[in-house]
Design a protein around this ligand. Structure first.
Ligand SMILES: Cc1ncc(COP(=O)(O)O)c(C=O)c1O
Length: 404
């Protein structure tokens, strides 16, 4: 039977899902590199640093100490305690270990929370631009995404007024990341308090606060957690992990801090689907949460330096509209000035065309804004060596000069 005929036998929920655009672009870049092209890959959302040594040592010790069996579904008690301590220390959020559930990456935590809270037809308000997986996770939970756009002029941030206007009797959840992927925007304490006031007025609405880029924040004010606002504490699910701040993407540790009935719901789901996550990675994560943050700080400084480099160079490219990201490791220029232009052979109609053309012509892999709910933009990861970033920007500038 032909592949296409077999594919239609997939469940509707899978046929309805989009492929992850970030992973798709990375795959294409790898294929070009395998053909011998000098590809600069700025498409993945992954630190280019190694996991700090003290964390690796804790993992080696966990192996030697025999942590080889199943762990409790919600995570080892010492890890849940380390996370509760971290939330108190860094985020001013008071949760006990029983409020923490550890999962296989923050991605898994987010998907779990949506499965646990969203009924078919419930609305989930998503602040756009948003991380590619949010809308697909909502689909899997049979919810309806209600996407609100943050204006470029407001550094891509959604205002409390915009948010309140989107709330209906069906609204169950609002979700957003700060610092943000793909824009690097950071919601200030004042902005989050204003959003918190809206949530306080709508007692059926829950907040999923994705704080995975918490440690990569360049603002003088620093990180503020909406979960620390007492009036709405029981309706905020704080999601975080070790992937970005501690350079541990492959270890797959994420967590939620939430009111106990939600934490129990996630534990119940996880108990039937995945069980406790990797035992060795959990012990490494204990070292990450309890240990020094010097490495995290050094990495942040490197990302900040690269931001200056990339934003400076992108601003020199005619037609690019460039925001200044306050955190994370992405630049997100508006490239729509090139829509409708052509190099004589290929016409660029949208951000997907632009990014594919750039990969073919300049061998620079980026990700189209369309998957992030921002079709005028493209995402450039700044988690790469300074020289690579500089060369990539030069190649982009030279390539677009050929578009008329
Ligand atoms: C905004 C955002 N949330 C969550 C995640 C997932 O993190 P993890 O690797 O811990 O699953 C990512 C990863 O790219 C992300 O960008």
């Amino acid at each position: 039977m032909a592949v296409a005929e077999l594919e239609v036998r997939l469940a509707d929920r899978i046929n309805a899902l989009e492929e992850s655009s970030t992973l798709g672009m990375t795959k294409k870049a790898r294929e070009l590199a395998a053909q011998g092209h000098k590809v600069i890959s700025l498409s993945v959302g992954e630190p280019d640093f190694k996991t700090p040594q003290h964390i690796c040592e804790a993992a080696k010790k966990a192996i030697d100490d025999g942590f080889h069996g199943y762990s409790p579904v919600a995570g080892y008690p010492d890890l849940r305690k380390a996370i509760a301590d971290k939330l108190k220390r860094d985020n001013n959020i008071d949760w006990k270990p029983e409020n923490i559930v550890v999962s296989t990456g923050a991605k898994h935590s987010l998907a779990n929370v949506l499965q646990v809270l969203v009924n078919p037809g419930d609305e989930v308000v998503i602040f756009a631009p948003y991380w590619v997986s949010y809308s697909e996770m909502v689909k899997l939970a049979e919810g309806t995404s209600v996407v609100i756009d943050g204006a470029f002029e407001n550094n891509f941030k959604v205002t409390a007024e915009q948010f309140e206007a989107a709330i209906t009797p069906k609204t169950k959840v609002v979700m957003f990341a700060s610092p943000n992927n793909p824009t690097g925007s950071v919601y200030s304490e004042a902005e989050l308090r204003a959003i918190g006031e809206v949530v306080a007025r709508h007692e059926n609405v829950f907040v999923v606060a994705d704080e995975i880029y918490e440690y990569i924040n360049f603002t003088a004010e620093g990180h503020f957690s909406i979960g620390s606002i007492p009036e709405i504490k029981d309706r905020v699910i704080t999601v975080n992990g070790v992937a970005k701040g501690h350079a541990m993407t492959g270890w797959r540790i994420g967590f939620i801090g939430a009111v106990k009935w939600i934490a129990d719901g996630v534990e119940k789901l996880q108990g039937q689907v995945t069980s406790g996550t990797n035992s060795i990675a959990q012990k490494a994560a204990v070292a990450a949460f309890n240990g020094p943050l010097d490495d995290a700080k050094k990495m942040k400084e490197a990302y900040q330096r690269r931001r200056e480099l990339v934003v400076g160079k992108l601003k020199e490219i005619p037609g690019f509209k460039v925001n200044v990201p306050d955190g994370a490791f992405y630049a997100f220029p508006d490239i729509s000035a090139y829509f409708g232009k052509s190099d004589g052979t290929t016409t660029i109609n949208n951000s997907d065309d632009f990014c594919n053309w750039l990969l073919d012509q300049a061998h620079v892999a980026t990700v189209a804004g369309s998957g992030f709910g921002a079709p005028n933009c493209m995402r450039i990861s700044t988690a790469a060596a300074d020289e690579q970033l500089a060369e990539a920007c030069d190649r982009i500038k030279a390539a677009v000069a050929r578009l008329n």
